[in-house]
Design a protein around this ligand. Structure first.
Ligand code: PEP
Ligand code: MG
Length: 788
């Protein structure tokens, strides 16, 4: 038997038909209204590959390095070729087509959905990876079944199984063929409150087919109904701009505007709601646990499309975990939902939309995940999971990017996003730095967002508290306008003796940075300019020529130097660790390092590769020739005077006169802090504390490792001691001091530095104003103290 009818299937048939089909069968068997359909069983797939003799070759093709995107693409291509290039045995073909014929009038549109059987795999990394095809007719049915099978070997599925050590030959796939529902209305229903478990049914509804709701393309209406009293307690009618409908000619689903008169109209009447709640209650009673149900209405008839247990209701959500007001200070990299699946079903929990318990208050108890609040702001939107191997094109305006870690080539997509969430990284990671500059709220270091959240799921993230919650914030509405936020409201900025500058990492942020009224740029990182070329410097030069590379640096630096002229812009030479270079074309030649943070980076690499370093210096030379005398040069990760002498020698070789230009070093290692006197003698004009690195090297805490984030303390007495003594020595020797690490944005650090007599402080764009005020306050206090 190649196929089985839904009414003959029960949840115990999971191995034969996969999770999706087992659940549909169970609902059908319970007498609930489910569109009719049948399942091409997992055994059918298995015999197909075995009898055709393609199984060994198929699984052998999966034996690849999952980090090699070329190999991944090739594995997928090979699987597709093997599966879709193999004919169905005649009996299987006949059986599937017969079943189709008996579904309706023989011209029925059907949905063809994958239903994979590997129950042991963590749900979130597996579900939804296989294909679904809608509006299929007899002509394409067999091809689409094979396409579903082949989708078991999509790049993403191969990647996950390989990474998790799950054998490719132990996953099977069944395919559900089910009558299409040409829905007038559709949506989802939680049969109990998804986070508290109260007997309150939450229903979301939109016009047309359900994909629009599930994928997050529209904001649906939201209704809350008390099960006890059958009263409709809350109604939130959304402005529904779009709907998905079936094209009557082609059967294809298309997105069309909702007719004007229905946009703001209620999708469900009180009577519809009561009927839905009756059905919801039956489903919950049948399963014995609260359910997350997908439903549709056709000609007033309600159909159940899918039902899954709600797993967000659990004790694993102790309110206390959401209470830390500063995740960073508390090192709170927590994952509230310990259960790997706890959020997998929460994809449309915009359910809390009109619910009084879901305000902007992050303590409302429905926190899905916690990380470090890395860039401030509260925003809601649909999740867009971005894997390294994915196209970034799928990120649309208004999405929240969820990714392991951001990379420079993601920046265009980061600009489109309203928020960024990462699994990895700390407050000084790429994601944190770039998000702040873009003014996009970010939560980093959640540990598992890419596994716990799902594409299309609507979430609200709080970039201050570091929380991710299900659903949308309705009150208060958060409008994010970063430029307005950072622009000083009063035209008179606080006058301070200590200069307050700003850090810039992406040239596009120059205008916003300048709008803060900062006294200059204390750190312009050029890593982003270089890494976003997509190729290592050597590869880029080999392919495009030396001039093109120099041009790129000139272009990026100039954008910032122009914006600030004549205020100084401190440009740092390249300091990208090898693991970041490795991501680029040409990166295969990068050395494999045990710990790239302690490795081949900063000035040590530049001195070791003087030919490559020369391109950067040529860019400085060009800028000076163009008249940008506000550009200063800063060398990163310097340890001693020897480093300085060698770097200065290379400046001279490129025709830059160190005596005419302002240049200096970052103090990022204890060695440089302890040896500051000899650095001063080597001629530096300034020393700038890179507290991100200084802290990690003083405390032996990897700054990007979320597991030790609570140990990353820039205010640790040992770090302060190094900073304090360096400032003291520099003051004696007439060398300017500054800070350009993340800690320069912290009030405690600002107080300490001003009291010690630092010359300038460089802060993040969003912190400049607060720092200006803090500096002024401390300076006034010092003055007062001195005259009292
Ligand atoms: C630092 O180390 O504090 C610093 C500003 O440099 P980066 O974060 O680029 O290493
Ligand atoms: Mg550094």
């Amino acid at each position: 038997m190649a196929v089985r009818w839904l009414e003959d299937i029960r949840s115990g048939d999971l191995d034969a038909v996969g999770g999706k089909a087992a659940s549909l069968g169970e609902l059908t068997g319970a007498g609930l209204p489910v569109p009719p359909g049948f399942v091409v069983t997992a055994d059918t797939y298995r015999s197909f590959i075995q009898e055709a003799g393609i199984d060994d070759e198929l699984f052998a093709a999966m034996d690849i390095d999952p980090e090699d995107s070329g190999a991944l693409a090739e594995a997928q291509r090979r699987a597709e070729e093997l599966i879709t290039g193999t004919e169905f045995p005649d009996d299987v073909r006949a059986e599937i087509l017969d079943a189709y014929e008996s579904l309706g009038d023989g011209e029925e549109f059907v949905a063809v959905r994958s239903s994979a059987t590997a129950e042991d795999l963590p749900d979130a990394s597996f579900a939804g990876q296989q294909e679904t095809f809608l509006n299929i007719t007899e002509d394409d049915l067999l091809d689409r079944v094979r396409d579903c099978w082949a989708s078991l070997f999509s790049q993403r599925a191969i990647y996950y199984r390989t990474r998790q050590g799950f054998p490719h030959d132990q996953v099977d796939i069944a395919v559900v063929v089910q009558q299409m529902v040409d829905a007038d209305q559709s949506g989802v229903m939680f049969t109990s409150h998804p986070s508290t478990g109260e007997p309150r049914v939450i229903i979301e509804a939109a016009w047309g087919l359900g994909e629009a709701v599930v994928s997050g393309a529209v904001s649906p209406d939201n209704y809350v109904v008390s099960r006890e009293h059958r009263t409709v307690d809350e109604v939130t009618v959304a402005d529904k701009k779009l709907m998905h409908v079936k094209d009557p000619e082609t059967g294809a689903t298309s997105e069309v505007p909702v007719p004007e008169d229905r946009r703001e109209k209620r999708v469900l009447s009180d009577e519809d709601l009561r009927r839905l709640v009756d059905l919801g209650e039956r489903v919950e009673e049948h399963y014995g646990t609260p359910q997350d149900v997908e439903w549709a209405m056709v000609d007033d008839e309600i159909l159940m499309l899918q039902s899954r247990p709600i797993t967000t209701i659990s004790e694993s959500n102790p309110a206390g975990k959401a209470e830390d007001s500063s995740a960073f200070a508390n090192g709170g990299v927590d994952v509230s939902g310990e259960n790997g699946e706890s959020t997998a079903n929460a994809d449309t929990t915009a359910g809390e939309n009109g619910d009084a318990s879901a305000s902007a208050d992050a303590d409302s108890g429905d926190t899905l995940l916690k990380g470090l609040g890395a860039s401030p702001g509260i925003v809601s939107g649909p999740v867009r999971i971005v894997e390294k191997l994915d196209q970034l094109d799928k990120v649309e305006e208004g999405d929240i990017i969820v990714t392991e870690m951001t990379m420079p080539d993601m920046v265009p997509a980061m600009k489109r996003a309203v928020g960024i969430v990462t699994d990895e990284g700390g407050m000084t990671s790429h994601a944190a730095i770039v998000s702040r500059e873009l003014g996009v709220p970010a939560v980093v270091g959640t540990g598992s967002a890419t596994r716990q959240l799902r594409d299309g799921q609507r979430i609200t993230m709080d970039g201050d508290k570091g929380t991710i919650r299900a659903g949308e914030v309705t009150e208060p509405e958060v409008e994010h306008d970063p430029v307005e936020e950072v622009r000083p409201q009063s035209p008179v900025k606080p006058m301070t003796a200590t200069e307050v500058k700003v850090n810039v990492s992406i040239p596009e942020a120059a205008e916003r940075a300048a709008a803060t009224g900062a006294d200059g740029v204390g750190l312009l990182r050029i890593e982003h300019m270089v890494l976003s070329l997509g190729q290592t410097p050597d590869r880029y030069v080999a392919e495009h020529g030396e001039k093109a590379f120099v041009d790129e640096i000139v272009r990026g630096v100039r954008a910032v130097a122009d914006e600030f002229y004549p205020r100084p812009v401190r440009v740092r030479t390249l300091d990208a660790p090898t693991d970041e270079f490795r991501q680029l074309e040409g990166g295969d030649d990068e050395p494999h390092e045990h710990n790239p943070m302690l490795g081949y980076r900063g000035i040590r690499r530049s001195l070791d590769q003087p030919e490559t370093f020369a391109y950067e210096l040529q860019a400085f030379r060009r800028l000076y020739d163009m008249g940008y005398d506000n550009v200063e040069i800063m060398f990163p990760l310097v340890n001693d005077a020897e480093d300085v002498h060698r770097a200065v020698q290379l400046l001279r070789e490129q025709g830059i006169d160190p005596d005419r230009r302002t240049w200096g070093v970052m103090v990022e290692t204890p060695a440089s802090a302890l040896g500051i006197e000899s650095l001063a003698e080597a001629g530096i004009d300034f020393a700038s504390f890179g507290t991100n690195d200084l802290t990690q090297y003083t405390l032996a805490v990897d700054r990007n490792n979320e597991h030790v984030a609570d140990r990353f303390d820039e205010l640790h007495p040992a770090v302060l001691e190094l900073i304090g003594s360096t400032i003291e020595t520099c003051r004696e020797l007439g060398v300017d001091t500054s800070i350009c690490g993340q800690a320069g944005s912290k009030p405690e650090m600002v107080r300490f530095l001003v009291e010690q007599g630092v010359s300038s402080i460089s802060a993040n764009i969003d912190a400049v104003r607060d720092v200006q005020h803090e500096v002024k306050r401390v300076e006034q206090k010092l003055l007062l103290d001195s005259v009292r």
